[in-house]
Design a protein around this ligand. Sequence first.
Ligand code: 4NP
Length: 152
Amino acid sequence: MKILMVCLGNICRSPMADGLLRAKVAQESLDIEVDSAGTSGYHVGDTPDPRMRATAKSMGVNIDDLTSRQFVQADYDRFDVIYAMDESNRDNMFRLARNEEDKQKVKLILNEIYPGENMSVPDPYYGGDQGFIDVFNMLDEATSKIISDIKG
Ligand code: 4NP
């Protein structure tokens, strides 16, 4: 199974989701590949935002080695499930979808814990430190639910 996490810049929300899910996959010795990408190319090659890295580290998760890349159409072939952090990320990915099968791979990550509510993981980039802590906590909960559903 292959899971992709996607946001706008791939420097705050999706690397955090990626790092959390990777850590849990390793902890549970599951055979799941995890990656992340951004719908924009603004930060390609960059490591995650220092504020997200610091929050992650303070919570015991290291995302220092991840680098930003842009979401591409071929990701629809490589991944089984693609989680968008918000509806704008989802709509951006839909524009690259070739068919209904591609679109059905895309889910809003917070629907895992708040089914059907179509809630967004708020973009913390222009805000203060609390925004990064909130993002961490939401994604911690969502990734735990993903793992528990996979384990059945
Ligand atoms: P992310 O946050 O989508 O969670 O990585 C952002 C990072 C950078 C920008 C926007 C959002 N930006 O416009 O540069």
